[in-house]
Each structure stands twice: as structure tokens, then as C-alpha cells.
Design a protein around this ligand. Structure first.
Ligand code: NAP
Length: 358
């Protein structure tokens, strides 16, 4: 039987590597074509293989189903040769677009260059493909921006949105771009993960962000106070479970839909950080209101460090994820809760990997 070809961007990233692993280990009727860039003088081939090994792909038969193309998401035709591009348009059956600049501190120009132009290039590839391809676009639940309402599982069409940072804005603009794209001889599914954490087995992660960074900052005990609302809740999804959800729902029956890649339960952030301080044995800063923060005598440097975190500790967005849960139920897939045992695995991994030295 001819195998189907999946083109994956962002496979050296946390989620893209797990999605690649899922297809290699659980669906042997697929070949993977990974778009990887050369970085720090290490060529794309080597980086792609290393990323797969890092998520535990071991079987040499699995590596035989992988082709790595050296290219950059934001460049015209990914800056690959005409011949390679033509080959893609003839062979690709589906696309998973995971690559993105994910830092909250990057400028809007930089975020747009990768996240918006990158998405445009993916749409261009999809519309040039000979086959009717399915595009799985990985967005984020943070497209909700500063709104405190409920994010529904449909594409946002309003333009009066406000964002906490350029990352959120560029991811939102990419969704708009997809919904407004006219040359459609392909189908798209938008996946919006909540906050991705380490895998559910061992808590393994390599891009420690947001709450990991906050825990590390708190563990250094340099802050006496921190601006957070004790009622703030967030949804956290282990990376392997996120990949499981995305890979199962990426099928033509679900074309045109938006899915929230979330856990069944939210966590109260204040309580979670108290657990972290108990685990790592450090003294948590006192949580103060935003008004007190503005008036506080924290130094300019302290505020510069804290500022990117502030919106996420004073956060009241909610996600309506019923469509995702229904679609998973139809496939008999149940999701684990993010409970104390799982959290402890994440904390343990932070210690074992040396990310938090306590
Ligand atoms: N992590 C989260 O909590 C979270 C939550 C919700 C949604 N998401 C979304 O999930 C997706 C994956 O996130 P992640 O956490 O796996 O991110 P990540 O670990 O930071 O990986 C980002 C990936 O994008 C690639 N990339 C960036 N710029 C590129 C370029 N110019 N050309 C080619 N590749 C490029 C990176 O390649 P290099 O290795 O070459 O840099 C890497 O493979 C993103 O779309 C993100 O917005 C993430």
C-alpha cells in the first residue's frame, strides 16, 4: 500500500516533535517530511533526527519513514529548491503547521515574520498541492488576548481585539488569515492548545516557559511580592496528550473546525505555586494586587522581569471546549486530569534536568 505523506513544520520544537513521534509509532501508513532549518552551524538533517531521538523515537525502521528538508518557514517557498518544492506539491497529503516564534518578548515585526508569513507560506503550499490536502494549523488558546470572556471553538472574526503581547496578536492574525484565505482547494482544522507542559509519563520538556519560568524565578527568592490574583485559573495540557488529541482529530471528517486542545480540568495558579514552593522548599512571594504592584517600590529591573508574566497571573479567560470533548468521546479517547501526581512529575523533571536547582 502506498504510504501517505505528512509535511510537518516545527518538528524540532516540543509539540512538533511529539506529533512526529505519534505518527511514527502509531500510524505506520504515513511518511513524514519535516521542514527544519539549519541553526548554529548544525544542519537540518542532524537537528531533525536529534529532535526525534529526544522525544524517544528509537526504532531504525521509524527513521526510514522520515525525510528532512532544510528550509525556513518565513521565506518564499521556504527557500528550498524549485525541484523540492514541486515534489512537495505532488506528494504531500496533509500538513501540520507547528512552527512558530513562541516568545512573549519578541517584537510584533518578528512575530509576524514567522507566525503570519509562515502561515501564509503554508496556505500557499496547500493551495499548490495536487492532492486535496488537510492542513492542521496549531494556534493557541491565548488568541483570546485580553478579553475576559469565553473563547468558543470557532474562528474569531472581530477586529477589535486587544492582546497581552505580540505573540498572541500574531497567532490571532494567523487564524484570521486562514479564515479569509480565498484560494481554497484544501481543508483546514485549527487546533488551540492551552498551556503545554511536560509529557504525562516523566514530565519531560525542553522549552521551559511561562509557569516554569515563574517557578524558577520564585525559587530564587529575589522577589518579596508578586502581582497575581489568587482566583486566576489556567488550563495545562501535557505535550504527549496534546499530540494525541491533535493527531486523532486531524481527519477530513473534522475539516473546517476549531478544536481546543485542553485538559478536562483547570488549575488554580496560586494553589499550584504554593505546591511548587512546598516541593522545592522556597518561600513564595506575597501576592499583591495590580494597583499595589504599580505603587510598589520594585526596581525597574525587577519590573522588567515580572511584566511579561503579569497578565497570565491576572487572567480570567475561559474556553468552551465541548466540540473537542465530543469528538474525542466519539473515538473513545478519554483525557487525564492534571492532578497533584502529574504536577509532581513536572516538578521532579525540573529538578532532575537541573532547570530548578533546589
Ligand atoms: N508551548 C506552549 O505552551 C504552547 C501553547 C499553545 C500553543 N502553542 C503553539 O504550539 C506550536 C508549537 O509550540 P512549541 O511549544 O512546540 O514551540 P517551540 O518548542 O518553541 O518550537 C517552535 C518550532 O518552530 C520552529 N521555527 C521557528 N522559527 C522557524 C523558522 N524561521 N523556520 C523553520 N522553523 C522555525 C522552531 O525551529 P528551531 O528549532 O529551528 O528554532 C521549532 O521547531 C506553536 O505554534 C505555538 O504557538 C504552544
Amino acid at each position: 500500500m502506498n504510504k501517505k505523506n505528512i509535511f510537518i513544520t516545527g518538528a524540532t520544537g516540543l509539540l512538533g516533535a511529539h506529533i512526529s513521534k505519534w505518527f511514527l509509532e502509531k500510524a505506520d501508513s504515513y511518511r513524514l517530511i519535516l521542514l527544519v532549518r539549519k541553526k548554529n552551524n548544525i544542519d537540518a538533517e542532524k537537528r531533525g533526527i536529534e529532535a526525534l531521538k529526544k522525544v524517544g523515537v528509537k526504532d531504525s525502521e521509524h527513521f526510514k519513514r522520515v525525510t528532512i528538508i532544510s528550509g525556513e518557514i518565513e521565506k518564499d517557498n521556504f527557500s528550498i529548491s524549485e525541484k523540492e518544492y514541486k515534489w512537495l506539491t505532488e506528494e504531500v497529503d496533509s500538513i501540520f503547521h507547528c512552527s512558530a516564534i513562541t516568545s512573549f518578548q519578541s517584537s510584533i515585526d518578528e512575530c509576524r515574520r514567522i507566525n503570519l508569513t509562515g502561515t501564509l507560506n503554508i496556505l500557499h503550499l496547500a493551495s499548490s498541492c495536487k492532492k486535496n490536502v488537510l492542513v492542521g494549523h496549531v494556534s493557541t488558546s491565548f488568541v483570546l488576548g485580553k478579553k475576559n470572556g469565553i473563547l468558543k471553538e470557532k474562528v474569531i472574526s472581530k477586529l477589535d481585539w486587544e492582546f497581552n503581547n505580540p505573540y498572541e496578536q500574531s497567532k490571532y492574525e494567523a487564524e484570521l488569515l486562514i479564515s479569509n484565505y480565498r484560494e481554497k482547494n484544501f481543508s483546514v482544522i485549527i487546533f488551540r492548545p492551552s498551556i503545554i507542559i511536560g509529557d504525562s509519563q516523566a514530565g519531560k520538556i525542553w522549552n521551559f516557559k511561562l509557569f516554569y519560568e515563574a517557578i524558577r524565578l520564585f525559587s530564587s527568592e529575589v522577589l518579596d511580592v508578586f502581582p497575581g490574583d489568587r482566583l486566576t485559573e489556567h488550563n495545562f495540557i501535557p505535550v504527549d496528550i496534546a499530540a494525541e488529541i491533535i493527531c486523532n482529530l486531524a481527519c477530513k471528517d473534522e475539516a473546517g473546525k476549531v478544536f481546543h486542545v485542553v485538559s478536562p480540568n483547570n488549575l488554580n495558579c496560586y494553589k499550584m505555586l504554593r505546591k511548587a514552593s512546598g516541593f522545592f522548599k522556597y518561600k513564595n512571594p506575597k501576592w499583591i494586587s495590580l494597583k499595589e504592584y504599580k505603587e510598589s517600590r520594585l526596581s525597574f529591573v525587577q519590573k522588567r522581569i515580572i511584566d511579561p508574566f503579569v497578565p497570565y497571573f491576572n487572567y480570567f479567560g475561559k474556553y468552551d471546549s465541548r466540540k473537542t470533548f465530543e469528538a474525542l468521546k466519539k473515538r473513545n479517547i478519554s483525557l487525564p486530569k492534571v492532578d497533584e501526581i502529574l504536577l509532581e512529575k513536572m516538578f521532579l523533571y525540573c529538578r532532575e534536568s537541573g532547570y530548578i536547582k533546589k
